[in-house]
Design a protein around this ligand. Structure first.
Ligand SMILES: O=C(O)c1ccccc1N[C@@H]1O[C@H](COP(=O)(O)O)[C@@H](O)[C@H]1O
Length: 208
C-alpha cells in the first residue's frame, strides 16, 4: 500500500483527519519561519496514537533537536536543510532515531546524491528544489518533473513530495514510481491551515 505522510500538522482537527484517513506518518514542523511551525509543547498536545511522528528540522543544532525530544516522542527526524551526510549520520547516532533526509530534485543528475547520503540515512524525501526567492526550503507547493524518478533505483525507502494535491497525487505516483507520498500545501484551505476534508481526499486518492 502507498505510504502517506501528512506534514505540517498544527491543529487537532488536522491530526484527527490524518488518523481517521489512515495516514502512515504525520509531520510536525519545528522551523519557526514556517506558517506551520509548532512548539514542542503544542506538538506534544497534538500527538495521537496511530501514525508515526516525524519531526521536521532545518539545519538544527543538537540542542534544538534535544529540546523537542524532551517534549515529544518522535519516531523519525526529518532533515530538510543543507545537512551533509556526515551531519545526518551524527544526528542519527546522537539521538538513536531514524533520519529522513529531504533532497531537492530537478534533473537526473540530482540523483547522484542518493548514493552519498544512503549510508547516513534511513529514508529519503524527494522534493522539489525551493523556487528562487522562496521563503522556505520546502512546503512551497512546488512540483517537479516526476519523470526524473521513473525507473530510478533509490537506495532507501522514500517518499515523493512537492506540490502534491488530491488531484495530481495518483498521476505523480504512477509517473515517479513512488512507494509513498508527503504533502503539506495541497491539503490546506489557506497557507498554514489544514483542511480535514482535503486530508481525507488526498489519502484516498493516493491509495485509489
Ligand atoms: O511545510 C513547511 O512549512 C516546510 C518548511 C521547511 C522545510 C520543509 C517544509 N515542508 C516539507 O516540504 C514538503 C512539500 O511541501 P508541499 O506539499 O509542496 O507544500 C512537505 O511535505 C514537508 O515535508
Amino acid at each position: 500500500m502507498i505510504r502517506v505522510k501528512i506534514c505540517g500538522i498544527n491543529d487537532a482537527a488536522a491530526m484527527r483527519a490524518a488518523v481517521e484517513a489512515g495516514a502512515d506518518l504525520v509531520g510536525f514542523v519545528f522551523f519557526p519561519p514556517s506558517p506551520r511551525a509548532v512548539t514542542p509543547a503544542r506538538a506534544a498536545d497534538l500527538v495521537q496514537p496511530g501514525p508515526a511522528r516525524v519531526g521536521l528540522f532545518v539545519d538544527p543544532s543538537d540542542e534544538a533537536v534535544a529540546a523537542v525530544l524532551d517534549a515529544v516522542p518522535l519516531d523519525i527526524i526529518q532533515l530538510h536543510g543543507e545537512e551533509t551526510p556526515a551531519r545526518c549520520a551524527a544526528v542519527r547516532a546522537r539521538f538513536g532515531l531514524p533520519v529522513m533526509k529531504a533532497l531537492g530534485i530537478a534533473a537526473r543528475e540530482d540523483l547522484a546524491q542518493l548514493a552519498e547520503y544512503a549510508p547516513a540515512v534511513d529514508h529519503f524525501l524527494l522534493d522539489a528544489k525551493a523556487p528562487p526567492g522562496a521563503p522556505l526550503p520546502g512546503g512551497n507547493a512546488a512540483p517537479f518533473d516526476w519523470s526524473v524518478l521513473a525507473g530510478a533505483s533509490v537506495p532507501r525507502p522514500w517518499l515523493l513530495a512537492g506540490g502534491l494535491t488530491p488531484e495530481n497525487v495518483k498521476r505523480a505516483i504512477e509517473i515517479a514510481g513512488a512507494p509513498g507520498v508527503d504533502v503539506s500545501s495541497g491539503v490546506e484551505a489557506r497557507r498554514g491551515v489544514k483542511d480535514p476534508a482535503l486530508i481525507a481526499r488526498f489519502v484516498s486518492a493516493a491509495r485509489a
